[in-house]
Design a protein around this ligand. Sequence first.
Ligand code: GLV
Ligand code: GLV
Length: 329
Amino acid sequence: MSSKPYIYITRKLPEEIINNLCTFADVGMWEKEEEPVPREILLQETKKADALLTMLSDRIDEEIFQAGEKLKVIANLAVGYDNIDIELATKYGIAVCHTPDVLTDTTADLAFSLLLMVGRRLAESVELVKSGEWKSWSPLFMAGTDIHHKTIGIVGMGKIGEALAKRALGFDMNVLYHNRHRKMDVEKALGVHYRSFPDLVTESDYVVCLTPLTEETRGMFTKDVFRKMKKTAFFINVARGAVVIEEDLLLALREGEIAGAGLDVFEKEPIDPQHPFLKMKNVVALPHIGSASIETRTAMMKLCCRNIELILKNEKPISIVNEAVFLAK
Ligand code: GLV
Ligand code: GLV
């Protein structure tokens, strides 16, 4: 048996990205780009693995930790890590790494694009032209809602939230935010304003959710929240589907409690093509592409590989979620 460590990657990555790993480790990889690795294969591979490079679509729970007798590190190709049981990983002494910072601007770009799309009815307009239904110019034809000088409410003021605030300020928007901890330095530097969650949703024309999915944020967007929003306001979610009670959002859209929604994430992904969201003109749905630029995805893949390499060489990783595991060594 080889004495090299074994790294298993749960989705096909470009060869030039993983070449460096191959210089010191044996690398196994699920060879399909479009399909997630089947659970049984992931479990089998985990038994041999010192490291896993995982996707946010892989559920990483106790069964995996038990199978991974040699497992030292899991590097998740995402900034979010709600697919991984962090508390248990820590108990098992397994480091969990993620990809913050490198995706901040790209994700903020997408969040703001979605805001533009819903406000100005861009997706609807594109479809209308392509389907040959553009009959004439008329005064209120495809008239949307302004972006400039409106109020954006950012829920979850992490790095992506700050980057989004800068974009909004460039469009002369009034920027409100809500966060667990108030950020006086950011308020001062950018000129953004803190609000309680209920006040934020009441005052905003665009409510943008960027909060990580945790036990506290799961299902935080309820019927009552949508009812508090202006009837002319839009809800935008670039975080995780499960922060929203989707049935409640559907009802709010149907009953005109809010004007529309821009959704990059869903409780179940990929979304069922029959889902009622997809039949609504005032819903823009994207396939979870917040960080999906070639530059950023490349940087994320490289960061995962680098974190794995550092941990396997007993060096300090760049971005670890459960630092206690590394410090304990
Ligand atoms: C994507 O959703 C991420 O968490 O990076
Ligand atoms: C949500 O508001 C958070 O705590 O970031």
